[in-house]
Write a protein that binds this ligand. Structure first.
Ligand SMILES: O=C(O)[C@H](O)COP(=O)(O)O
Length: 432
């Protein structure tokens, strides 16, 4: 990968100081400006080669179109739903995130909300502050022996599962990508959502917000749940339909909700926030010193690597090298562009969170365009193994969703695409 020149970076939110320090040590000029309006950002952005954000900065198409020489949008955190990745990709701007820095913090907050819901800790604390001593009102329930449904079994879902198992909970889950045989090794039985809803005493969601997950818990799914089910959302506002949730809380179908995220932040839906069985936080999932230090460091080092031509770690979109966009085939909010020559596979250095592999990858995914035949995958992986390419894990997500892309996660950075060329040729023959 050729080095990319980045001289000036704007950090538009509160990002750990180590980020600025690392960038400056590598010769990049850094400006920090917080709480900018959209107009301020549009006026400012044209002077920068890079932008570092968290979730509050809305990097819309208007902002992206106002950029002059912007090369990189770095998200110090996981969710990129505040960035118009399509608009950035069209303009050749690389978008990258730091998907693992806040995993533990988000999982710990989820567990905190699950346990707070079971013992009404926030409500009891408020009652105490009001001068009361009410031991009857806050009768709770044990977590022990209860069933926790985890929708979305990526990094955070996995960490939540193992923590809550230590409280004696039975964990079941659903994920369209992570294979059931993998989650079984973490003690999570996978099943369809239809099977999952009626079994759960508690449900927690850990998916990105995208068309297929918006309103995942809605009137219909709440109706299928056990009466009094308690739900937690530390992922993204809108995965649980807020109006449906309020109706379910009012009817008692939902016994309580722990919410860290909202459709609008700060939330306008005061009836929801003020409901006595709702406990909420102002999007604090990643707000720990440890998570912020990791995310700040990760994004700075990833940008420095990119500047030095060492590769694109954590990229959720890459600079287009060819005509074909393959991301839209993947039913993911991420977009990948790369050169696809005559249907041959392409090596993309992409954020492994796209496929949320069960083990940590270095960020390399190998895509194969194939005739939607799951039988092809063993041939391809066999081919890679013969060539001595190590694979940490692999999946065929596209085959599962009925389209025509295969993906293999590689355990090491291949760096030199040339090393893969003979394989690419052979795999292409396999795929036609
Ligand atoms: O997507 C994320 O990383 C979390 O929601 C945290 O967002 P934040 O960086 O704005 O706290």
């Amino acid at each position: 990968m050729a080095p990319i020149s980045i001289k000036r970076i704007l950090i538009s939110e509160s990002v750990d100081p180590c980020c600025k320090k690392i960038l400056q040590e590598n010769g990049i000029q850094v400006t920090e400006k917080q709480n900018m309006s959209k107009d301020d950002l549009i006026a400012e952005i044209k002077d920068y080669d890079g932008l570092v954000v968290r979730s509050a900065t809305k990097v819309t198409a208007d902002v992206i179109n106002a950029t002059g020489n912007l090369q990189i949008i770095g998200r110090a955190g996981t969710g990129v739903d505040n960035v118009d990745v399509d608009a950035a990709t069209k303009k050749g701007i690389i978008v990258m995130n730091t998907p693992s820095g806040n995993t533990i913090s988000a999982a710990e907050l989820t567990c905190t909300l699950l346990m707070s819901l079971s013992r009404h800790v926030p409500q009891a604390a408020m009652s105490m502050k009001a001068g009361n001593w009410d031991r009857k009102k806050f009768m709770g329930a044990e977590m022990y022996g209860k069933i926790l449904g985890i929708v979305g079994l990526g990094r955070i879902g996995k960490e939540v599962a193992t923590r809550m198992q230590s409280f004696g909970m039975k964990t079941i889950g659903y994920d369209p990508i992570t294979p059931p045989e993998v989650t079984a090794t973490w003690g999570v039985d996978q099943m369809s959502l239809e099977q999952l809803w009626p079994q759960c005493d508690y449900i927690t969601v850990h998916t990105p917000l995208m068309p297929s997950t918006a309103g995942l818990l809605n009137d219909t799914s709440f109706a299928k749940c056990k009466k009094g089910v308690k739900v937690v959302n530390c992922a993204r506002g809108g995965i649980i339909d807020e109006d449906a949730l309020l109706r379910a809380l009012e009817s008692g179908q939902c016994g309580g909700a722990g919410l860290d995220v909202f459709v609008e932040e700060p939330p306008k839906n005061r009836a929801l926030v003020n409901h006595p069985n709702v406990i909420s936080c102002p999007h604090l999932g990643a707000s720990t010193k440890e998570a912020q230090a990791r995310c700040g460091q990760d994004i700075a080092l990833q940008i420095v690597d990119m500047v030095m031509g060492k590769g694109l770690v954590g990229a959720v979109s890459i600079r287009a090298q060819g005509e074909t966009q393959i991301g839209s085939n993947l039913e993911r909010p991420y977009r990948a562009t790369g050169s696809v020559q005559g249907g041959a596979p392409v090596l993309l250095e992409l954020n492994h969170s796209v496929f949320r592999q069960p083990v940590s990858l270095t960020g390399n995914l190998l895509f194969f365009k194939a005739a939607a035949s799951p039988q092809l995958l063993p041939s391809v992986t066999g081919l890679l193994a013969t060539a001595g390419v190590e694979m940490e894990s692999f999946s065929a997500p596209a085959a599962r969703s009925g389209d025509q892309w295969f993906c293999v996660g590689l355990s090491s950075l291949l760096g030199d695409l040339g090393a893969l060329k003979p394989l690419v040729k052979e795999a292409a023959q396999l795929s036609v």
